[in-house]
Design a protein around this ligand. Structure first.
Ligand SMILES: O=C(O)CC[C@@H](O)C(=O)O
Ligand SMILES: [Zn+2]
Length: 560
């Protein structure tokens, strides 16, 4: 079998080149998300919950945030809460006096802050845009405390903001909420090489933290495409999942402690470095995934695993979702503790990747499904033996039809780009309807098929400009039963939206899945929480919100 020999010869090459392969570490450059660009669209029609924003002639690499439609227009049902005060010159003076440095306050009230303030008002997807006139950048926990207390005392609404790389509009204002940006708080406070405990400010960029840990043979237990821009405080506040959750677990499991500030200025000093601390309620968990609705995380303490010196990345083509499941089962069974990622991409995502940016795909021929497997272990020989046995098995049993194994770091990056490049590429035609869903694994892909059929029979999908929908595709974290259902479109269209929603949420709810597996609720999914949470759970969440933030100043109009 040609494909078998492809992998077998790759394995032979690895055995010959052990010494170089052994030391490969996987550090992927993050996509330049600030330069993502939406394509021209025709006659974009409005859609309250999904509309992205387009313009006819964006200069490549320099999108102007000013052309993004305001969230308050896309969501006309949202009204500014009159209980919040409007920002005055006196407020601005207070923040300037408090924070001292000129660069710590972006003041759009007393002067035209123009392009300086817009990146804080809008998100990288160009879907959400607020009206803030003030961005403050505290440089310490004490400053965050003073800022928040002042806002709370004066009924000024705020939005905590990290790297602003979220996917649900949670980190940008809707109206004139003050943006509290954490980027100046970017120090690593502590690292212990024996325990692997890292304590760092919330504003440290994920990739910076990971590079720091790499020098100490450790790894940050979270990895995602936006690592070059996102901040670890935001990662914790959104309980980001990423590409290696399968191996290292979630933020809820890895975070040992947090430091946070409540709206009344109280500093929650719970920066525990302990793995075990069984003394009452685990209150830090409320801030993890709390999306900045009860307080601002200012620092985290996190358990970081040892970095694996031996890494392998393989990319397979498979003929059915049944075979994908078999491959996943075998990977868990045979690679067990060295398996660090098992990602799924359908054939359509790979074709679109090629179509949009001409990317040469690793395998010749078409396969309905592709998987990317990564192993991370401590012993190359041991890992290679396991991998070889696994590959021989899946090829021999015809579970996998074709595959390649990276020979060096460049090839690893190239294989990873076939997965990580997908979200950005799908925006190429105009915009994307995005759904981030937890679904029982056996039915993970059925939703994509049903949705494709549904939209196709409604005459909405096609190759020509007559059809709004380019395709219906699925990819995601197979290892976590987390599907990213993406529907790239040429234009946003009420008819398309009606065909997708609420069908998609009902479909997921019927299977006891989650309507937001890892991206959170923000503004995009807030209206749909009831599909995944019972009335009792929502009531309990509201009680917590009211307890911590009685004035409701924290990230209003989102989440809850
Ligand atoms: O854009 C998406 O739908 C998914 C983004 C991210 O969670 C990923 O897994 O690449
Ligand atoms: Zn994801």
């Amino acid at each position: 079998m040609a494909c078998a020999s492809r992998i077998a010869s790759a394995l032979r090459r690895i055995r010959c080149a052990n010494s170089t392969f052994q030391r490969v570490s996987l550090i992927r450059p993050a996509p330049q998300i600030a330069q993502r660009r939406w394509q021209t669209t025709q006659e974009a029609t409005t859609s309250a919950s999904q509309e992205a924003n387009h313009e006819d002639d964006l200069p490549a690499g320099a999108p102007s945030a000013k052309t993004i439609k305001f969230t308050s227009e896309s969501y006309p049902e949202l009204k500014r809460d009159p209980k919040f005060a409007e920002i005055t010159k006196e407020h601005v003076t207070f923040f300037k006096d408090l924070l001292g440095s000129d660069s710590a306050v972006i003041d759009g009230l007393t002067k035209d802050a123009g392009e300086d303030i817009e990146p804080f008002n809008s998100d990288w997807m160009r879907k959400y845009r607020g009206h803030t006139k003030l961005v403050v950048k505290p440089g310490s926990t004490e400053e965050v405390s003073k800022v928040l207390k002042y806002c709370n005392d004066n009924m000024l609404a705020v939005v905590p903001q990290g790297g602003n790389t979220g996917l649900v509009g949670g980190s940008v204002p809707v109206f004139d909420e003050i943006v509290i940006n954490l980027s100046r708080m970017n120090n690593i406070r502590f690292f212990d090489e024996v325990s692997g405990v890292l304590v760092a400010d919330a504003g440290v960029i994920l990739e910076v933290a990971d590079n720091y840990l790499a020098e100490k043979s450790h790894i940050f237990p979270l990895d995602l495409g936006a690592k070059g821009s996102c901040q670890i405080g935001g990662n914790v506040a959104t309980n980001a999942g990423g590409l290696r959750l399968l191996r290292y677990g979630s933020m809820h499991g890895n975070i040992l402690g947090i430091e946070a500030v409540l709206p009344d200025g109280t500093i929650v000093d719970d920066l525990s470095k302990l793995r075990k601390n069984n003394t009452g309620y685990d209150i830090k968990q409320l801030f993890i995934g709390g999306e900045g609705t009860i307080g601002i995380i200012t620092a985290i303490s996190i358990l970081c695993p040892q970095r694996s010196p031996a890494m392998n990345v393989a990319y397979f083509g498979l003929e059915s979702f049944e075979k994908v499941q078999q491959a996943f089962r075998e990977a868990k069974n045979q690679l067990s503790e060295i398996l660090s990622a098992f990602e799924l991409m359908d054939g359509r995502t790979q074709k679109l990747l090629h179509k949009a940016n001409g990317k040469k795909l690793p395998l010749e021929g078409d396969h309905p499904f592709y998987c990317l497997i990564e192993t991370s272990g401590s012993n190359t020989e041991h890992d290679s033996a396991k991998l070889e046995a696994f590959l021989e098995y899946v090829m021999g049993e015809e579970i996998v039809s074709d595959g390649v194994l990276a020979q060096d770091q460049t090839q690893m990056l190239n294989l990873w780009s076939c997965r990580e490049g997908i979200p950005e590429v799908l925006g190429h035609w105009g915009g994307v309807y995005k759904y981030d869903l937890s679904i029982p694994i056996s039915e993970l892909y059925s939703l994509v098929e049903e949705m494709r059929e549904r939209l196709t029979s409604a005459g909405l999908v096609g190759d020509s400009d007559k059809h709004p929908v380019v395709d219906v595709v699925g990819y995601g974290h197979m290892g976590d039963s987390n599907l990213h259902l993406n529907i790239p479109t040429r234009r946003f269209d009420k008819e398309v939206e009606k065909a997708i929603e609420p069908f998609v949420y009902e479909w997921v709810a019927k299977r006891n899945g989650s309507i937001s597996a890892e991206h959170g609720l923000g503004i995009a999914k807030k209206a749909f929480i009831g599909y995944s949470r019972s009335d009792t759970m929502i009531k309990l969440m509201k009680q917590i919100k009211n307890l911590y933030d009685p004035n409701g100043i924290m990230n209003p109009y989102k989440y809850i």
